[in-house]
Design a protein around this ligand. Structure first.
Ligand SMILES: [Zn+2]
Length: 405
């Protein structure tokens, strides 16, 4: 069942059976192998010393533990997961709102256990498009021939681990693209789809806010559909001094940021106390850690990706330091969060060991990130070792249920 769950998530990533996996929403973050960025960044000193321990770090230590916030992305049945998530130390969960009864139950149980519940919004949500525009073909992002060729190759690869494919994370191979089709947000109708979704999401009493996902480009750089190309031409005319290459990059980046910020602003207009969080994914290759440009409450950026080759602890710490230190550079409201990927599907992927998880979480905290996002929380809850590790970092020291009576 565990494998089935993970498999479904993977499948969703692959863009197949997209509508069949509503129960378990996942998230994969990525970051491009920004060797230059990682190598050049200045790592701040650890804000808390976690040394000399085997990973069992008590929540009562003076390590800022009381200020740590663990957020989980996933799904499942509220009655099965909320109380267990509370025991592990989750303070926030991100789940889909499509099953109104289950989502309401999440909110109710979340209130009892002190867990804030976010509704999951993702750019590949074709059903959301069809709901808003029932008789109109969804405007999907388009790629060039080389990228389409890569997509075919990735889809055809059925070997375990898919030859190092990173599913939207920083690529290991020369050309990678996301298997999941994404809507083109340059089409003005697309933002209307998600505004309607935000209306729906924030109409649930007690919901904490909205969580963005998959807001990016399928080829990790730009969209090549006719609408995007037309807008690109206009942008070029407005900036005749810039090269074609620079125009494409600037246009793609600015519109990506604007789309996020427009939706974030809309959510606050609908409900003034709604929180907006995101997971920057798929990777945006020209600037993997661009998340601080987003005007929202918490920006989760990948610090430790899901798949082998696992990131070095040096890279994890360096990314976490940037995520924490640079979060408020452009927007005062923003807080940075480090995303750690965790799946348990040993038949498909190398599973992170307990020691590996401890090392990754220590590196994140040493980098200064007290907010940690993990996907999927379902895999953490189902794996005793993983649950124990997260509990040691984020749970209450007495390990008692946090249910509020
Ligand atoms: Zn497009």
């Amino acid at each position: 069942m565990r494998h089935e769950n993970v498999s479904k998530k993977i499948v969703r990533k692959c863009g197949v059976e997209l509508q069949c996996i509503r129960k378990y929403r996942m998230k994969w973050l990525p970051i491009l192998c920004c060797i230059t960025l990682a190598a050049s960044c200045v790592v701040t000193p650890p804000r808390s010393s976690l040394h000399g321990q085997s990973g069992a770090i008590s929540g009562s230590e003076s390590t800022g533990a009381e200020r740590r916030i663990l957020t989980g992305w996933g799904g499942g049945n509220a009655g099965d997961v909320v109380s267990r998530a509370a025991e592990v130390g989750f303070k926030e969960l991100v789940v889909h709102h499509d099953n109104a009864t289950n989502f309401t139950h999440f909110i109710e149980l979340g209130k009892q256990y002190g867990i804030g519940i976010y509704a999951w919004l993702y750019l590949g949500d074709i059903p959301a498009w069809k709901k808003a525009y029932p008789n109109t073909t969804p405007p999907l992002q388009m790629m060039n021939d080389n990228e389409e060729e890569a997509l075919k190759r990735i889809k055809a690869d059925k070997t375990p681990g898919k030859s190092g494919y990173q599913f939207g994370g920083e690529p290991v191979n020369e050309v990678e693209v996301l298997e999941t089709p994404l809507l083109c947000f340059h089409d003005p109708r697309v933002i209307e789809v998600f505004k309607k979704q935000i209306d729906e999401m924030l109409a649930f009493p007690g919901v904490k806010g909205v969580a963005f996902d998959y807001i990016g480009y399928q080829n990790y750089r730009c969209c090549r559909c006719p609408i995007s190309q037309m807008q690109l031409e206009t942008y070029q005319k407005q900036h005749p001094e810039l090269s074609r290459e620079t125009v494409l990059e600037r246009f793609s980046f600015e519109t990506l940021v604007d789309f996020n910020n427009c939706l974030s602003r809309y959510a606050r207009a609908v409900k003034s106390d709604a929180k907006v969080i995101t997971h920057v994914y798929p990777v945006y290759l020209p600037e993997p850690l661009y998340g601080n440009h987003l005007d929202l409450d918490v920006c989760g950026q990948t610090a430790a990706w899901f798949f082998a080759p696992f990131w070095s602890v040096e890279k994890i710490k360096a990314y976490s330091s940037i995520i924490a230190r640079e979060a408020k550079r452009y927007h005062a409201r923003q807080n940075g969060a480090a995303l750690i990927g965790y799946y348990n599907a040993p038949d498909k992927y190398r599973v992170k060991s307990k020691e590996r998880l401890v090392a990754e979480l220590k590196a994140i905290l040493d980098g200064g990130c007290l907010r940690v996002h993990v996907c999927s929380f379902n895999d953490v809850l189902k794996t005793t070792d993983a649950a124990e590790v997260f509990c040691n970092f984020f749970g209450k020291s007495d390990r008692q249920s946090t249910k509020k009576e």
